[in-house]
Design a binder for this molecule. Structure first.
Ligand code: URA
Length: 481
């Protein structure tokens, strides 16, 4: 006899995890379970009582398996839940080894996880937001996207990190993700919520603004403005009960996410940076600055280094990219990002559709810092004093180029631009400000990707870095209007 497990449309993967654990503990074999995604709450053992024919046990999975399995669960294949449950039982029993590609189920799970990761990456790179009227302090944006797989819940946190200071909505044929007041929620997309194919920009905005309205979060306002008897005529009426259920939780989350004061030290550093900037003389051209920097002795790093590696790119570039310091190859060539980190950067720029020749590319520190090991020179991070000494040149480059957007790649660049490089990964994707107010988009350094121990991780992070640069390019395009 089989039992049926109905997983909810929102929160499908965590519900599967919970149900799989419960079934395994109850000793229910894989062939006795029929999985489906359906309306309503997760429903264990709907229909029939489970048949326990194996001994109950806690699931035990090798490291790395959980994340990949859960990624594969975002695939559109209806068999994925059954396959994953059968596989976690076999892994727990030691009947198969995780990563064994000769096993058809594991091979399929790995392939599906890869397809899902690719789909998530495409969503990160290709979602196009349009601004919609918000009537609130935070600006509001909406987008429509059609992924190949049900990945919205897996993909949306990336946008929440990146566009944390805006409200936004991403509609897809399955779920709609809403990020309002700092709270990320999901609901089934109502029938008819797809924007018309031929909608003009204006129609599109109006259309989306109408399904964005945060007033719908306020139960009383909603009920008084939209008495229940009209609900059945609204295309999104099916969402209303769940919106009402979620409203108090969202309000709490919005309050919890209210902007906090930056730490006092950061404010102090920012004030000092602004004051110093105001006192800097208005000087020359990039060519003159480069010539002056070639003779720089502002810190001891000039001694062992071959030469100063100054920034390069058009003097009127709209986009400035800032790295840490030249590496071995850059030190010899006298140009930034021409070694292995440069290869990662070039690939990400190409993926983001950014022409390297149109960007001003520079480093926070202009001399290579290294420790000699035989014939090799091992990279060493610059210390705070060296970054501070070299900020003279970075500030000058910023003042001469006057980019509209700066991308800080890594903690050293971020420290030089904002006064603090702490919490880089938490700040990744956010837009901060240089002392003169120029927006600074935060991302990782390409060398961070090269240092990751695992090829799959490196591939995922390369893709994420490309998506970061694509997001920066979109911000720049939006700023240009
Ligand atoms: N790493 C950097 O930060 N800059 C370079 O130019 C090369 C490697």
């Amino acid at each position: 006899m089989t039992c049926q497990v109905v997983l909810p449309v929102v929160g499908t993967v965590p519900a599967w995890r919970e149900q799989a654990r419960a079934l395994a503990r109850a000793g229910v074999p894989a062939e006795a379970v029929v999985w489906r995604v359906g309306d309503g709450e997760a429903d264990l053992f709907a229909g029939a009582a489970p048949v326990a024919t194996r001994s109950g046990r806690d699931l035990r999975l090798p490291r790395g398996a959980v994340e990949t399995l859960e990624t594969a669960l975002c695939h559109s294949d209806p068999e994925r839940f059954a396959r994953a449950y059968a596989t976690v039982l076999r892994l727990t029993d030691g009947a198969v080894r995780w990563g064994d590609r000769s096993d058809p189920a594991i091979r399929r799970i790995l392939a599906q996880a890869k397809a899902v990761a690719r789909d998530i990456h495409k969503m990160h790179a290709f979602v196009r937001f349009r601004e919609v009227p918000s009537g609130r302090q935070r600006r509001a944006f909406a987008a429509w996207f059609e992924p190949d797989h049900p990945i919205v819940e897996a993909a949306a946190p990336f946008f929440a990190r990146r566009f944390g200071d805006m409200d936004w909505l991403i509609g897809t044929p399955g779920l709609t993700a809403r990020f309002i007041g700092g709270a990320l929620t999901f609901a089934e997309t109502a029938p008819g919520a797809r924007p018309p194919e031929d909608a003009t920009e204006e129609l599109w905005r109006t259309y989306y603004a109408s399904i964005f309205n945060p007033a719908r979060l306020m139960v009383q306002a909603m009920q008084s403005e939209m008495p229940k008897k009209y609900w059945r005529n609204l295309p999104e009426a099916s969402l209303i009960p769940s919106l009402i259920r979620q409203a108090p939780m969202r309000a709490a989350a919005m309050q919890a996410a209210a902007p906090t004061e930056p730490p006092a030290r950061r404010a102090m550093v920012a004030r000092a940076m602004t004051a110093r900037e105001a006192a800097m003389p208005e000087t020359g051209t990039l060519g003159a600055a480069r010539a002056e920097a070639a003779a720089c002795t502002r810190c001891p790093l000039h001694g062992p280094a071959t030469q100063t590696v100054f920034g390069e790119g058009p003097a009127d570039a709209a986009l400035m990219l800032v790295g840490e310091q030249p590496g071995d190859r850059e030190d010899l060539a006298g140009r930034p990002f021409v070694g292995p980190a440069g290869d990662v950067l070039d690939a990400a720029l190409a993926e983001a559709g950014i022409d390297r020749g149109g960007v001003y590319l520079t480093n926070a520190v202009k001399h290579f810092k290294f420790a000699p090991r035989g014939r090799r020179r091992l990279h060493q991070h610059p210390d705070a004093g060296e970054v501070e000494a070299c900020r003279w040149w970075l500030d000058l480059e910023r003042r001469l180029v006057r980019p509209r957007l700066i991308v800080a790649m890594g903690a050293t660049a971020l420290a030089a631009l904002s006064g603090s490089g702490h919490d880089l990964l938490r700040r990744r994707g956010s837009v901060e400000a240089a002392p003169d107010g120029t927006p600074v988009f935060v991302t990782v350094h390409p060398s961070y990707i090269l240092r990751l121990p695992d090829e799959d991780l490196r591939a995922a992070e390369r893709a994420r870095f490309g998506a970061d640069l694509a997001a920066a390019a979109r911000l720049l395009a939006a700023a240009r209007g």
